[in-house]
Design a protein around this ligand. Structure first.
Ligand code: TXA
Ligand code: MG
Length: 324
């Protein structure tokens, strides 16, 4: 299996770029999560992505570009607002949804008249896009509905029977997916909270609207049960945790914020107390918790604070059942 891993050297990136140019798929590291990359202009390759992920055809893909110059031809109109956002956040974990041009295929956008664009801030991703010389589509490199991969090994775990190579860019810095913002004639709207916070967006845009965390997301792929570990997971308030552990007859794994004691057969995974650290390890921890084969995963509810906690709470509410 390890012969599928490509080192992030010029040679490795060159091999990956050749794969993409000839219609193949490649696991691509980014600063958010790993993506499953293909040539955005190659309908067959794009179709292969949907088939490989078992992704519903009505869920559009993000097109990754090296820079604004590569983005312009893909949209109907690149506005001053786009320049401001890209100037501040590109390359980086911000995806812009804009009215598309005729250069983007129907499969990529799932028939929508908009396209999602992002310029990733990872040397291997930007190196790959430049070496390929074309815009690259890349959904997260997991089977549809699973947790996104944040390490090259996770991509292999998700697709053990496929033969596409994976560029090893190390663990992802952010650990959760990009912020998606729809820019049209109305007030800009956050379709998916992510590593770029609402307050950072407001500094550039002034007004931005965002959904209430825990409600159905506005992006087509953000169905309520998503990004979920295999083990049934419940989100629990701190003051309910001890009682729940004492009562549980089955082994429980607790994702606790900071240290916590639990008697066997229960076990504790201690999570970072800051939102950045928490987000970075969240998906990896879901995979570790699944590997422990506990019957139940209990996640201590993080603070309902702003900043990056918004995105963390959004993902947790999709991954877990809420205890009422
Ligand atoms: O951080 C990320 O964005 C990662 C890395 C690999 O770049 N990619 C990622 O892709 O998370 P994916 O396919 O797992 O999620 C893309 C989301 C989906 O919810 C999809 O519905 C939404 O973007 N999306 C794509 N095109 C859209 C469009 N035209 N309008 C609205 N939402 C769109
Ligand atoms: Mg995804």
């Amino acid at each position: 299996m390890t012969d599928r891993v490509l080192q992030p050297t010029e040679e490795g990136i060159g091999i990956a770029a050749e794969r993409i140019r000839s219609g193949g798929l490649v696991g691509m590291p980014t600063e958010t999560v790993y993506g499953l990359a293909a040539d955005a202009g190659d309908e067959r390759a794009v179709g292969r992505i949907f088939a490989t992920k078992n992704r519903p055809a009505d869920n559009p893909l993000i097109v990754h570009v090296a820079d604004v110059e590569q983005a312009r031809p893909l949209v109907d109109a690149w506005s001053d607002t786009c320049d401001d956002l890209a100037g501040r956040f590109w390359p980086g974990p911000l995806t812009l949804v804009l009215r598309r041009s005729g250069q983007v295929g129907d499969l990529v956008t799932a028939g929508h008249d908009t396209v999602a664009l992002r310029s990733p801030d990872h040397p291997v991703a930007s190196g790959l896009i430049r070496a390929t010389g074309r815009p690259i589509v890349a959904p997260s490199a997991n089977r549809s509905g699973h947790v996104s991969p944040t390490d090259a090994a996770h991509v292999l775990q998700e697709f053990p029977d496929e033969d596409f190579p994976v560029l090893d860019g190390g663990p992802c810095v952010h650990g959760i997916e990009s912020t998606i913002v729809a820019i049209d004639d109305d007030v800009p709207f956050v379709l998916r909270p992510g590593a770029i916070t609402l307050s950072a967006l407001r500094e550039v845009l002034g007004r931005v609207e965002a959904p209430v965390i825990g409600e159905q997301g506005a992006a087509p792929g953000t169905a309520l049960h998503h990004y979920a570990p295999v083990t049934p997971a419940t989100l629990v308030r701190t003051d309910e945790l001890d009682e729940l552990l004492a009562e549980s007859e089955v082994p429980v794994v607790v994702l606790s914020i900071g240290p916590r004691e639990a008697d066997p057969p229960h076990s504790v995974i201690e999570m970072p107390e800051d939102a950045e650290g928490y987000a970075r390890v969240l998906y990896r921890t879901f995979r570790e918790a699944d590997a422990l084969r506990a019957s139940v995963l209990i996640v201590e509810m993080p603070p309902l604070a702003g900043g990056l906690w918004r995105a963390v709470n959004d993902r947790l509410r999709r991954a877990c059942v809420l205890r009422d």
